[in-house]
Design a protein. Structure first.
Length: 85
C-alpha cells in the first residue's frame, strides 16, 4: 500500500514474496501526475539496508477511482490495477 499526500510524496508498506521467502517492507518516495493523468512514482523499498528503488508508472482512470500501474525493473515486470477504497 502506498499513500500519496497530494504534495508529491508517497509512503507505505507491503508484504512480498521472492523465491518463496515472505517479507515485509516499508517505502517512501516521490510522485508526479501529468495533465493527461499519467504519472510516475520513484519509491525506495526497505527490507534492510540499502533500500531498493522502484519506478512505478501509472495512469489514473474512471475519475480517479482506479489506477493502472506498471513496474518495470531489471528482472521484474509487474502490472496491476489499484482501486480506491
Amino acid at each position: 500500500m502506498l499513500s500519496a499526500d497530494g504534495e508529491g510524496n508517497v509512503s507505505g508498506h507491503d508484504v512480498a514474496s521472492a523465491n518463496g521467502v515472505i517479507f515485509e517492507q516499508t517505502a517512501a518516495g516521490i510522485y508526479r501526475v501529468n495533465p493527461d493523468c499519467t504519472g510516475k512514482v520513484e519509491a525506495t523499498f526497505h527490507t534492510g539496508t540499502p533500500g531498493r528503488v522502484s519506478h512505478i508508472f501509472f495512469v489514473i482512470v474512471d475519475e480517479g477511482k482506479e489506477v493502472f500501474v506498471a513496474i518495470t525493473e531489471p528482472g521484474a515486470n509487474i502490472n496491476g490495477i489499484v482501486k480506491r477504497q
